[in-house]
Design a protein around this ligand. Structure first.
Ligand SMILES: Cc1ncc(COP(=O)(O)O)c(C=O)c1O
Length: 451
């Protein structure tokens, strides 16, 4: 059996407990219209959903995708019987309290006790809030992020009417601190976005040097740790990476996505501000919503209005089961992912058919097939990607500048980018599947030679 189903049994018992909380109400006589057709429609839904890559399986080692933890799935489903809305306490009392607790636990990972924060629909919205605050605190100044930062940063800046600047990256995909220092001289950068775990290569920007520059130039530092944030709990980071993680708490704002490494279903990002007084920037009047409590409503500190209380319930339950502590089971899962990446990278580096981009900092591995030119390597990557999928191994692709692969350079008139293979090993089970992944890759490489 591919899908874990034992935990389905958690729901009816929990539902009874929930329902008992409303036992004093008169029977509402609720009916489900169309019940007769539901089984048929659900069969259709299940059939439609078969048109997917197997994100749950260790042989899916492509993009940042995997199903949530069963406790998150069950808690989310349970909450939908209430369907709370965490915009206001009027819409979701319990789930708002759970959101504040769960978010405080995320903030505590970075050593923040006092903070302001809340969940969002995802990393893009969370980054938008952080840049919106930055734009208000440094009006007229630019947002700066690296070339390898998530593609949404320039777009978000455009939406907010903020100017955007890009800093180049070094040979390990990290923001080039020397280039940043030169860009800061003009004095028009209001916020630097440092990425802790870039989407493409899992690189970690040099926080030590960025903080040194902040002390000199006084910009705001936002850390986009949408993907990499939880790795702060991992005990097996390389020394340099660990040193950067230990500085995250010095940022002005941080974004972490529970729907990436936090085992949550989609619709769960998180933005945190070190200084709670930025909450004043969100001040607005809502003639419709805030009536039942003078306590802070989450809608008073977020840009979105309606938000799923169920997302907060799922996150709270997951963190209750798997606390966000070093040395715990949750941290062990992240350590397994990183170990998988280190093992895969080690094997690829030792194999003359492949060019490893650089050793992984987190759990993303990027490599290219050795070839006589960038164009030939790119064509081969594409063929291997297809051949691997035909053999049941799902990888991803990434296009990178040729300068990352000096041994492919020097062919006159050749391409200036290389299409590479990329694998996000974000399931702990990947650690036990590295050999199988390599065997399949080996077959795909041979298939691709024959094409
Ligand atoms: C570093 C980083 N920032 C932001 C995002 C965007 O997050 P979302 O897809 O949740 O909007 C991603 C998504 O992969 C990411 O990796």
């Amino acid at each position: 059996m591919q899908f874990e189903q034992e935990t389905l049994g958690l729901l009816p018992a929990a539902l009874q407990v929930l329902e008992a909380g409303f036992a004093a109400l008169p029977e509402a006589g609720l009916r489900v219209p169309g019940k007769e057709r539901m089984a048929q429609v659900m069969q259709e839904v299940a059939s439609r959903l078969r048109d997917n890559y197997p994100y749950f399986h260790p042989l899916y080692a492509g993009q940042m995708l995997k199903p949530p933890h069963p406790i998150a799935r069950a808690a989310y489903a349970l909450a939908t019987w209430i369907n709370p809305n965490n915009h206001a306490l009027d819409g979701g009392r319990a789930s708002s309290a759970m959101e504040k607790e769960a978010v405080a636990e995320i903030a505590a990972m970075f050593g923040w006790q006092a903070h302001l924060g809340h969940l969002t629909s995802g990393g893009t919205m969370a980054n938008l809030e952080a840049l919106w605050v930055a734009g208000q605190l440094h009006p007229g100044k630019k947002i700066l992020a690296s070339q390898q930062a998530h593609y949404t940063h320039p777009r978000i800046s455009g939406v907010l009417g903020l100017r955007f600047a890009e800093a180049p990256c070094d040979q390990r995909g990290r923001m080039d601190a020397q280039a940043l220092a030169e860009l800061l001289v003009a004095g028009d950068i209001g916020c630097v976005v440092a990425t802790v775990g870039t989407t493409g290569t899992g690189s970690v920007d040099p926080l030590h040097e960025i903080l040194r520059l902040r002390a000199r130039y006084g910009f705001r530092l936002h850390i986009d740790a949408a993907y990499g944030g939880y790795f702060t709990l991992a005990g097996n980071l390389a020394e340099e990476t660990r040193a950067a993680y230990d500085l995250i708490g010095q940022a002005d704002s941080i974004v972490v996505d529970p729907h990436k490494h936090g085992l949550q279903p989609y619709g769960c990002g998180c933005v945190l501000f070190r200084d709670p007084s930025v909450g004043a920037l969100y001040k607005h009047d809502s003639p419709y919503t805030y009536f039942t409590s003078s306590e802070l409503h989450l809608g008073e500190i977020s840009l979105e209005c309606s938000r799923p209380g169920a997302a907060a319930v799922a996150l709270w339950a997951t963190q209750r089961l798997l606390p966000l502590v070093r040395g715990g089971d949750f941290a062990a899962g992240l350590e397994a992912c990183r170990e998988a990446a280190v093992r895969l990278a080690g094997q690829l580096a030792a194999d003359s058919r492949w060019l490893l981009l650089f050793p992984p900092e987190l759990d993303i591995v990027v490599w290219a097939p050795r070839a006589r030119s960038a164009r030939l390597a790119s064509e081969l990557s594409q063929r291997i990607f297809r051949a691997a999928a035909a053999r049941g191994l799902h990888l991803a692709l990434i296009r990178l500048p040729l300068r990352y692969f000096p041994s492919l350079a020097g062919v006159p008139g050749d391409h200036d980018t290389v299409l590479c293979l990329r694998s996000v090993l974000m399931k702990p089970e990947h650690r036990e599947w590295v050999t199988s992944i390599l065997d399949t890759l080996d077959g795909a490489w041979r298939d691709a030679q024959g094409e």
